[in-house]
Structures are given as structure tokens and as C-alpha cells.
Design a protein around this ligand. Structure first.
Ligand code: FES
Length: 136
């Protein structure tokens, strides 16, 4: 099985590894094929993802795709981030062996789950603020 140089490089030196304390959104996803896990943390300001970190308990391809997706999504708007697919991530890494394509799904799903969590928290906060305004 051949990995591209970019995959190897991101696997050996993954970017944005770690956790954001008090993140605005956290996404936890698992790969049903192999059971590997990923957690993605985002910080959002004015609809832009200003910071992102991840923790992946998985194979080399999962780590490389996690790393690459954090680079693709950083400083993008929520809308732009949602349009990034696992295929975009794989293309950016100059490809993955076909048998490892499923690993790249974690990256796309991790971002989507973190954004969904961010939106849920924001809706809750907005409705709390609205209630406060009505009551006062
Ligand atoms: S083998 Fe599980 S994500 Fe790659």
C-alpha cells in the first residue's frame, strides 16, 4: 500500500493536535468500519472558525486527514467549512489508497459534528438572551 508524501508528512507532524478548553463547538465521531474515534474542537468568532484542534484515536490515514482538514477549515466561514468534503481532504493530500478512503470520512464528519454542536449551543444562548430581554 502506497501513501503519498503529503499523507506521510501530516501523519508524522500532524497540525493542530490537542484540545481547546471552553471550545464553542465539540464534535465526537466514530468510524463504524473500524471503531476509530475523533474529537474536533472549534472556536468561532463572527461566523469564522478562528481556531481548531483535534484528537484522533485511529490509523495513520485518519490522523493525516484530521490534520489536513483542520488546515482547510481554519479561518473559513461556517458555510465554507460545511462545504468541505472528505474527497477535498483526500485530494489535498494527493490521494489515499482505496482501502483507506473510509478513514477520511472521520475528518468531514468531525467538522460537521463540531459545527452542529456550535449551532445548538448558540441557539440555546440566543433563546436565553431573548427570554432575558422579554422578562426585563
Ligand atoms: S482504519 Fe479506522 S479510520 Fe482508518
Amino acid at each position: 500500500m502506497e501513501y503519498s508524501e503529503k499523507v506521510m508528512e501530516h501523519f508524522m507532524n500532524p497540525r493542530n493536535v490537542g484540545e481547546i478548553k471552553d471550545a464553542d463547538g465539540v464534535g465526537e465521531v466514530g468510524n463504524p468500519v473500524c471503531g476509530d474515534l475523533m474529537t474536533m474542537y472549534i472556536r468561532v468568532k463572527d461566523d469564522v472558525i478562528t481556531d481548531i484542534k483535534f484528537k484522533t484515536f485511529g490509523c495513520g490515514a485518519a490522523i493525516a486527514t484530521s490534520s489536513m482538514v483542520t488546515e482547510l477549515v481554519k479561518d473559513k466561514t461556517i458555510k465554507e467549512a460545511l462545504s468541505i468534503t472528505n474527497k477535498d481532504v483526500v485530494d489535498e493530500l494527493d490521494g489515499l489508497p482505496p482501502i483507506k478512503m473510509h478513514c477520511s470520512l472521520l475528518a468531514e464528519e468531525g467538522i460537521k459534528a463540531a459545527i452542529e454542536d456550535y449551532r445548538k449551543r448558540k441557539d440555546k444562548k440566543d433563546s436565553r438572551n431573548q427570554r432575558f430581554e422579554i422578562e426585563n
